[in-house]
Ligand binder design. Structure first.
Ligand SMILES: [Zn+2]
Ligand SMILES: [Zn+2]
Length: 252
């Protein structure tokens, strides 16, 4: 009984230290740590979703409402081993729904004299078009979004842990999209200023590396060997764009 009680109390802490360890490891990579974790974890989320969604009616409803997966997760799903059968079943269901949605617009819409019928037609057409833009988030983005918030929380809460803050200081920092999310989610967090200060130092390093890279484009310095500035241009792109399409359909 006592053991079970202790286990229940310890569980959140062990999940927190596990996330901290994952963060510290991801900070060693030459990209934003949260993008890195997204790249590592999302194929697993997609695989689990594919397995569950085929048998879980509620999940099928979510897929239908979201019109399948966002582009990032959809192409990830295509690469999932044994994903073909699940994708065929799920997308057949989504397509059946969307085919019925297009039906009302496939019949001739009067001869132009029936203004009220035309207005009704255009209103329904607009609603249909809007349903593509403002629909629910991709189911895999929703799963990742929940995890992403937990990692952001650990980054801020555990900032006083030297292993974490030192790893951050030695890293390339976060991409702008993740930094904006972190700031928007936790604007009053006591450690936010310290994280932003460390991020600023990372950005200054990138700025110096870009200057050094651009200087070596000049033929007079072209013989100088490249150091850490060699991939500064790539780091600058991923600072603004995140890594390899992780933005998916998630709200910014
Ligand atoms: Zn990122
Ligand atoms: Zn997605």
């Amino acid at each position: 009984m006592v053991t079970r009680f202790l286990r229940r109390r310890q569980a959140p802490d062990s999940a927190r230290s596990l996330r901290r360890a994952v963060l510290v490891e991801a900070l060693q990579s030459p990209a934003c740590a949260l993008c890195q974790i997204a790249q590592q974890n999302n194929p697993r989320y997609v695989e689990t979703l594919l397995d569950r969604a085929v048998v879980d009616v509620e999940q099928r409803d979510a897929w239908r409402a979201a019109k399948g997966l966002c582009s990032w997760h959809a192409w990830m799903a295509v690469k999932t081993p044994q994903g073909a059968g699940s994708l065929a079943i799920l997308y057949q269901d989504v397509l059946r729904h969307d085919l019925s949605q297009i039906d009302p617009f496939t019949v001739p819409n009067g001869d132009g004299r029936q203004r009220s019928a035309q207005r009704r037609f255009l209103r329904r057409l607009r609603t249909w078009l809007e349903s593509w833009q403002a629909g629910p988030t991709c189911p895999a983005c929703r799963t990742w979004g929940e995890q992403e918030r937990l990692y952001v929380q650990v980054l801020l809460n555990d900032w006083p842990e030297p292993a974490l803050s030192q790893a951050f200081a030695a890293s390339v920092g976060l991409c702008w999209p993740h930094l904006r999310r972190l700031t928007a989610w936790q604007p009053h967090h006591e450690h936010l200023p310290a994280v932003l200060k460390a991020q600023r130092a990372c950005l200054e390093t990138l700025q110096r590396d870009l200057e050094s890279f651009i200087r070596k484009l000049d033929y007079r310095f072209a013989d100088e060997p490249y150091g850490r500035e060699a991939d500064a241009w790539r780091r600058a792109v991923s600072l603004y764009a995140g890594t390899d399409g992780w933005l998916g359909s998630a709200p910014q």
